[in-house]
Design a protein around this ligand. Structure first.
Ligand code: ADP
Length: 571
């Protein structure tokens, strides 16, 4: 904004005017931070690095030197389709090479990449596409069935583009109008695209929160935020990805930008492995990692529960993998130990769609005593440089001390933290002084380790005191016969709410584990009044679209707490 002569535009300017001093400017270039820089590095430094995508049979292999002209062609095709700066371009796709090409072409030409979550219900997809006013939608052939219920309901989408290896199939789809074929579009363009000069504050991408605790809301990333986030996650005390790494992101490219890994790998020059539609298939993922020499894997805890089981069953190991980035929900101790036992070291990270997503990483600090390593790795870690954090008392709003005891809502601020949502939803997410309210409740230790206690919506309020559902379910999951467990608070006439655990026995213990033995097991692990009133056995914990325990679904179908509650448990 141009400052009109004589009119102070900010408080700082006003202060300088009053003091009759003018700030001395540094003499560095006004270099706009943008994703074009990442593309520049791929093109100039990392030409030989490969992007390998798992196919039904074998893999698709491409070097960056082959991918860059395709990105240029894709930008040309987008322009020909009428895409202008600021227009939203949607993707409904797995983690594969075409999706990666879109990750670069769309923002680098000035448009906004909108990654759609393919596990959402049709009505959510419809809401999101209309809210974002997507103009063009790129869809993987295998995901076309998801679009069929949306026919006639997404008027902003003027063009569908089909991504497939067998273009002829694009004409066989009914009801979806004229679909263009991705490869045919690229073939008609040239290898060079005149990338426009971008401003760093322009929108680069958008992603909707997965709606674990409400309606999806659009988070809009800028080039500047993506650039700084990429630099932030590459640091040694953060994810620490380097040129020597081969990275396999199992976290979907529609889940908070695959945690920023596509751009981090591009900036660093890592080889990239993409699992396409096999991301939930432990055997395929392990084979891909083994054959292509993966050194870093990334995914939510549920993925690793299956992977550990598969590795144990087959005796296979992945000795080259030095880090498994794991976040999205708390890592249960049993999982961390189970992964350690098969030689896979979890690096626990915390964040959310609104934080781009990386907020903190659990690398034990240099002064950690050897016996405390595991404890430190199980925390949500230390806030990433670039981000500031505080905890605030939910009742008074007062800032709480970092003493490892007091807990309150995590609030964060920094250049890759959202300041609002698309279309102005939920303006109350920012505090008056500009910090983002995360809705996560945590303690912070004097060393700076964040320990998430719960989400504000999941914490169980029993007799005026709080019970952490997360801590309780971790304790249940450490029972040797239990595979998964989720704990929710259910209404109770005397205590307001009481915890009830929903537990999935390991297959070999189905029908062979009792509520009494689980409660007995918990007695020396949690306070007496935390013991669940009931343990209910189920076949599977319902999961959200991004693989987290869906407590909304559990709550909606939960039977009330049975009568005859054991009163002594709470005294
Ligand atoms: P949604 O909010 O719809 O679930 P996100 O993927 O943005 O979608 O989820 C962010 C939330 O996930 C965080 O606010 C937090 O509650 C939870 N979360 C993420 N990482 C962790 C972690 N390491 N430990 C505990 N909770 C986590």
């Amino acid at each position: 904004m141009v400052r009109p002569a004589g009119l102070p535009s900010t408080f700082k300017d006003l202060l300088f005017d009053l003091l009759e001093v003018s700030p001395v400017e540094g003499l560095m270039q006004d270099y706009e931070l943008s994703l074009q820089h990442v593309l520049w590095r791929i093109e100039h430094l990392h030409q030989k690095k490969e992007v390998v995508t798992k196919l039904d049979h074998g893999v698709h292999r491409m070097t960056n030197a082959e991918m860059v002209p395709r990105i240029n062609r894709l930008a040309g095709a987008l322009k020909r389709l009428g895409i202008k700066p600021g227009d939203r371009v949607a993707t409904l796709a797995f983690n594969n090479h075409r999706h990666l090409e879109l990750y670069y072409a769309v923002p680098c030409m000035g448009a906004v990449l909108h990654t759609l979550n393919l596990r959402l219900f049709p009505q959510h997809l419809e809401f999101i596409i209309n809210d974002a006013e997507d103009k063009v939608l790129f869809v993987d052939q295998a995901l076309i069935p998801l679009l069929k219920p949306l026919i006639g309901k997404i008027p902003s989408v003027k063009q569908l583009v089909l991504m497939t290896d067998t273009p002829a199939a694009s004409h066989s789809e009914d009801g979806l109008g004229d679909m263009l074929d991705y490869e045919t579009l690229l073939a008609a363009e040239s290898d060079g695209y005149p990338w426009p000069k971008l401003s760093e504050r322009m929108a680069a991408a958008m992603c909707y929160t997965s709606g674990t605790t409400g309606n999806p809301k659009g988070v809009v990333y800028s080039h500047r935020s993506q650039f700084l986030h990429t630099m932030g996650v590459l640091q040694g005390d953060s994810l620490g990805i380097t040129e020597k790494d081969t990275v396999l992101p199992i976290v979907p490219m529609f889940h908070a930008n695959s945690w920023g890994l596509p751009y981090a790998c591009g900036m660093a020059g890592s080889k990239v492995l993409l699992p396409d539609r096999f991301m939930g298939d432990a055997k395929s993922v392990v084979e891909l990692a083994e054959q292509e020499g993966a050194t870093i894997l990334a995914g939510v805890p549920t993925i690793w529960i299956n992977t550990v089981a598969y590795l144990k069953e087959t005796g296979k190991r992945l000795p080259k993998v030095h880090t498994v980035i794991c976040g999205g929900s708390a890592v249960p101790r049993a999982l961390m130990e189970g992964m350690d036992a098969v030689g896979l070291r979890i690096l626990h990270a915390w964040g959310m769609t609104e934080t781009s997503p990386l907020g903190s990483v659990a690398r034990p600090r240099s002064d950690t005593r050897p016996g405390d390593e595991l404890k430190a790795r199980l925390t949500q870690g230390v806030v990433n440089s670039g981000v500031e954090i505080r905890i605030s008392d939910p009742a008074t709003g007062e800032e709480l001390p970092w003493d490892g005891v007091a807990f309150g809502e995590i609030q964060v601020r920094g250049p890759w933290i959202a300041r609002g949502y698309h279309n102005g939803y939920d303006p109350g997410k920012l505090t008056e002084d500009g910090w983002f309210r995360t809705g996560d409740v945590a303690k912070i230790t004097p060393e700076g380790y964040i320990e998430i206690v719960d989400r504000t919506k999941d914490v169980i309020k029993s007799g005026g005191e709080w019970i952490s559902s997360v801590e309780l379910e971790n304790a249940v999951m450490s029972h040797p016969k239990i595979m998964e467990a989720a704990v929710i608070g259910l209404a109770h006439p005397k205590w307001d709410e009481r915890p009830v655990a929903y537990a999935v026995p390991k297959p070999e213990f189905k029908g062979k584990v009792t509520q009494e033995e689980v409660i007995e097991f918990l007695k020396d692990k949690v306070a007496k009044w935390w013991l669940p009133d009931e343990v209910r056995f189920i076949d599977e914990v319902p999961k959200t679209s991004v693989g987290k325990f869906d407590k909304k679904v559990l709550r909606a179908s939960a039977e009330p707490i049975h009568a005859g509650v054991k009163e002594e448990a709470k005294n």
